[in-house]
Design a protein around this ligand. Structure first.
Ligand code: PLP
Length: 402
């Protein structure tokens, strides 16, 4: 596959057990252009941004601010100054939960989350309600999808925010966030979408979705670790107090106080991961060069193959919706009564990378009534050969443990 050749980790992996990387929901591999950009920056362009008046710093600042515009266009945000660079999805949601949550939530207000959220989209809200006396409400999961009838019954004038993932990191469910948002808006509630698992697989148009905020991580979309973004609708962002304070986010500091910058810059205190921000530009260009239509078509084909081949293994229990149009390429499963850690360990010995455990989604595993699962998650470079190797590995697990 020609796209796969862009990723040096696969080029370099040969021998008896070439790498089969099926842990993309944890983090994706990086194309050469992203790796090159990081090296080029450090080798030839390194300087701090927004501070120096010399050419090197001005060039770095330009590249940094250009990445913001590239990201703005990628998610179709109305304005670049609404895009805040963060360390990733976790930091983005925490930023929102602290800044907005602790300012605007009051005792008795309600926040709705779902049982399929990653802990990053649960625990910050638990902290926010603990600090304010607001209440957390949960949308349950039925047959691998959100139970929207229960969601409807939870919505009321007390609902101040709905926090929902675009795609579940365990089940791969693509949630109907546009519909969820439309229903929330009837009660005047805000909607924050967790885009961590969607970003590599589908277009995220914040205006079309109608949401108020979107969090994402570059490392799950072929980009560097340690960087991501939080988009917040401009008028809302204007009402939010600073989350972190210090250098770079201020206009002026006097003995008796400080004047802050506005919009995104108010939330980027201190020196940011400059090289990583700048490398988000080739990351997005790489995705756009392939295009989401092609990404979806390739991933769908491998998904169908995987569902068929995995489903045919004796003792296989697969979780998640069977409606493939609502499904990103993530497959959680249990193999007979073999512990998922033993499954992952044996696969690992064959250089097949999957994840085992609760995948930072304990409430979901409790709802599924299962202690842990093994998860295979795909990206654009995975092929049906990878699935054949996975099946081979699972047969080896059965030979050892059954
Ligand atoms: C759905 C979802 N949300 C949030 C996160 C947290 O992302 P990060 O660790 O990059 O902050 C993850 C990571 O797996 C995730 O899958």
């Amino acid at each position: 596959m020609e796209l796969r050749a862009d990723f040096p980790i696969f080029r370099d992996s040969t021998g008896e057990h070439p790498l089969v990387y099926l842990d993309n929901a944890a983090t994706t591999q990086k194309p050469q252009t992203v790796i090159n950009r990081l090296t080029e920056f450090y080798a030839h362009e390194n300087a701090n941004t927004h501070r120096g008046l010399y050419p090197l710093s001005l060039v770095a600042t330009d590249a940094y601010e250009n990445a913001r515009v590239v990201l703005q266009k990628f998610i179709n945000a109305p304005s670049a100054d609404e895009v805040i660079f963060t360390r990733g999805t976790t930091e983005g949601i925490n930023l929102f939960a602290y800044s907005w949550g602790r300012t605007f939530l009051q005792a008795g207000d309600e926040i709705i989350v779902t049982e399929m959220e990653h802990h990053s989209n649960i625990v910050p809200w638990q902290e926010a309600v603990r600090a304010t006396g607001a209440v957390l409400k949960w949308v349950p999961v039925k047959d691998g999808e959100l139970d929207l009838d229960v969601y409807d019954s939870l919505l009321s004038n007390k609902t101040k925010l709905v926090a929902v993932g675009l795609v579940s990191n365990v089940l791969g469910t693509i949630n109907s966030v546009k519909e969820i948002t439309a229903r929330a808006k009837k009660f005047g509630a805000l909607v924050l979408a967790d885009g961590a698992q969607a970003a590599a697989h589908m277009a995220m148009d914040v205006q079309d979705l109608g949401i108020d905020s979107l969090a994402m991580s570059a490392h799950k979309m072929y980009g560097p670790t340690g960087i991501g973004a939080l988009w917040v609708r401009g008028e809302l962002l204007d009402t939010m107090p600073a989350f972190m304070t210090g250098g770079n986010m201020i206009e002026d500091v006097r003995h008796d106080g400080a004047v802050y910058q506005t919009r995104a810059h108010k939330f980027e205190a201190g020196t940011m991961p400059i090289a990583e921000v700048i490398a988000m530009t080739p990351m997005i260009e790489w995705i756009q060069n392939v295009g989401f239509e092609k990404i979806r078509a390739i991933e769908d084909e491998v998904t169908r193959y995987a569902m068929e081949k995995l489903g045919a293994i004796d003792g296989m229990i697969m979780y998640g919706t069977k409606n493939l149009s609502h499904r990103a390429p993530v497959f959680p499963f249990c193999l007979s009564d073999v512990h998922p850690h033993d499954v992952a360990d044996t696969l690992g010995s064959m250089n097949i990378c999957v994840r085992a455990g609760k995948h930072c989604a304990n409430p979901l595993h409790n709802a599924l009534g299962v202690a842990a699962t093994t998860r295979a998650s795909l990206a654009i470079y995975n092929t049906t050969d990878d699935i054949d190797r996975l099946v081979e590995g699972l047969n080896e697990v059965k030979r050892i443990y059954e």
